[in-house]
Design a protein around this ligand. Structure first.
Ligand SMILES: Nc1ncnc2c1ncn2[C@@H]1O[C@H](COP(=O)(O)OP(=O)(O)OP(=O)(O)O)[C@@H](O)[C@H]1O
Ligand SMILES: [Mg+2]
Length: 273
């Protein structure tokens, strides 16, 4: 899909929170799991975190029992033409007793934005502008992106300081990933400061030779743009999802829980460096 991003107008925003877009146009690689688990891990390390579901399929929202048919105010409201961000943030930021972070749910109408924003000037800047009204309240804002390249992904990348790319360590992992890198490259030509990206190997199974090969290939190709943390396969993630919780509420000593805690520390450390 072609994105017309040539009309992005550059505006500087003063912000405090580090905004991390969790993106990969490949489906089922661990984006939503990363957004929710990393969000909770950072919260447990005393960081104030907002997780935004920007995927029209609303998987993160449903995971936390925000069912699209019952939620009226969502991330979609941020994209209204005459949005009053201050009021909207107050209405869309939700809390759940099962997690420590704040959350903005998604809805299927987000998928209409491709068409609705067609003629909007600076359509790639909408989320970035909206976030400037709230970033002073958080240490981290994590954006769970949809699995395709389009106006939502562009908005998330433009708004972010870091694009975290979960890459499933299987042999199709790198297929098609170039499109995402090309999108980041094109945006970096027009953004005031380039967006960084860093890959997170996920669903790793050290017993499988193919997994080990792919991990080596990812490290060789991307070098320091790969996190040291590797997230292994852990069935506890599916258990957590099925019970509407994050892995820390199921088993905080499980491998997956500890690995996302390690990732959270790595992210905090990188910021201090
Ligand atoms: N490390 C892991 N080990 C085992 N299962 C995992 C792991 N990470 C995620 N899963 C499971 O894999 C499935 C897909 O994960 P997830 O929904 O996070 O991917 P996604 O990239 O957000 O998918 P989509 O592109 O459809 O939004 C889920 O059932 C999730 O519970
Ligand atoms: Mg998802």
């Amino acid at each position: 899909m072609e994105n017309d991003i040539s009309d992005i107008e550059l505006t500087e925003t003063v912000k405090h929170a580090k905004v991390i877009a969790i993106a990969n146009q490949k489906g089922g690689v661990g984006k939503t799991t990363t957004a929710l688990t990393l969000g909770e891990a950072l919260t447990r390390l005393n960081k104030k975190v907002l997780v935004i579901d920007l995927d029209p399929h609303a998987n993160a929202s449903v995971h936390l029992s925000f069912f699209p048919e019952t939620v009226t105010m969502t991330a979609h409201n941020l994209f209204f033409d005459d949005a009053n961000y201050k009021t909207i943030w107050l209405q869309i930021v939700q809390k759940r007793a099962t997690v420590g972070f704040d959350f903005v749910p998604a809805c299927i109408r987000l998928s209409e934005l491709e068409n609705d924003l067609k003629d909007r000037k600076n359509k790639g800047m909408v989320l970035s502008n909206a976030l400037s009204g709230i970033t002073d309240q958080y240490d981290y804002v994590l954006i769970d992106c949809p699995p395709h390249v389009g106006v939502l992904l562009v908005n998330a990348i433009v708004a972010s300081d870091l694009v975290l790319i979960p890459i499933q360590t299987d042999f199709l992992a790198l297929y098609g990933i170039r499109l995402l890198f090309d999108t980041i490259k094109v945006l970096n030509k027009v953004l005031p400061s380039p967006v960084k990206f860093k890959a997170l190997p996920t669903m790793y199974d050290g017993r499988a030779g193919a997994c080990r090969k792919i991990l080596n290939l990812i490290r060789r190709k991307l070098q320091d743009r790969v996190f040291s943390t590797v997230v292994h396969m852990d069935t506890k993630f599916r258990e957590a999802c099925a019970s509407g919780k994050v892995i820390y509420a199921i088993d905080e000593k499980s491998r997956g829980a500890l690995e996302y805690m390690q990732l959270a520390r790595e992210i905090i450390r990188n910021e201090d460096a």
